[in-house]
Ligand binder design. Sequence first.
Ligand SMILES: C[S@@+](CC[C@H](N)C(=O)[O-])C[C@H]1O[C@@H](n2cnc3c(N)ncnc32)[C@H](O)[C@@H]1O
Length: 338
Amino acid sequence: MMHLKATNRAPEDSMDDIFDQEFLADAMAGLQAQPKALSPKYFYDARGSHFFDLICKLDEYYPYRTEMTLLPEVAKELAGFLPDKICCVEFGAGSLHKIRPLLQHCDAIHGFIPIDISHDHLKTAGDKLAEAFPHLSVVPKAGDFTQPIALVSDSAELSNSDVLSLPRLGFFPGSTIGNFTPQEAIRFLKNARKTLGSQSYFLLGVDTQQDREALHNAYNDQEGVTADFNKNILLRMNRELKANFDLDTFTHEARFNESESRIEMHLVSRSAQEIRIAGEVIKFSQGESIHTENSYKYTPERIIALVESAGWQVVHRWTPADGSFSEVLLVPATDSGA
Ligand SMILES: C[S@@+](CC[C@H](N)C(=O)[O-])C[C@H]1O[C@@H](n2cnc3c(N)ncnc32)[C@H](O)[C@@H]1O
């Protein structure tokens, strides 16, 4: 077992250094566990974010297309639930595609704080959005949404921004919530409630697809883009953690786990092999996998149970005719002291 030295981080330590140390500790723990597993947050460097954008353009990947078709309708009705002026805080904001229909159809949004772990990609996307919406105050924030996020303390730009005084609308599209286990999702939603404050709103996009064939195709596309996206986690470990994975010796697999109601993504070793990472040896048997992502599929009833366990309540739900996706608007539950 590898032991990492505790470090006293100087204020000038870069965000990259902090992420690298966490990445190394998490990768070692995940590869030494049984079964082997890595957090999906490590897919996303600039290359991983680019692959995700390519996935969104695939015919098979219904969640992106379905939500983008739904959002203008949501946005037109959203203002009726919100105060006149609001600041939107988007978690896992990616290329900032999903905020655009909200901005085009809902005048209430005056400030925008997109949060993402893929910091270079976020900065580029933030600059483009600010250019397209010159009257919007855009304050991107690099960060990990699995940890509690303080919007004020560590950013002079944010601390000086008047958008912070506005009531907040959390926005978590893309069914990224499905990458969490239900317990993790509850923890995230509780943290988000603290970040956003007691007078807040939360717009959550959740995948409610139940058609097995559509699910299989969405994560096993013909062009192999999802496979490239999945393998980016190996490439990142090679580049950033001095590992020596041979990408051709691992196969992308996406399987539906019926009892958990989730798609699981795996990287399966084609042979018995040893890899080295940061001076340690990790053994793989033939057919052994690294579990890289879950994507839980919820029913409307299970969404309600999930958000209520985290101190939120559903005030409205939008859904397309085929029922394959849900956009739900939440407010803090009145009887919740959290
Ligand atoms: C499935 S993509 C969704 C992107 C976009 N919201 C959409 O709906 O198209 C997940 C996004 O969350 C970001 N992300 C993943 N894990 C994260 C974490 N722990 N903290 C912050 N951002 C994260 C990724 O970089 C990526 O942009």
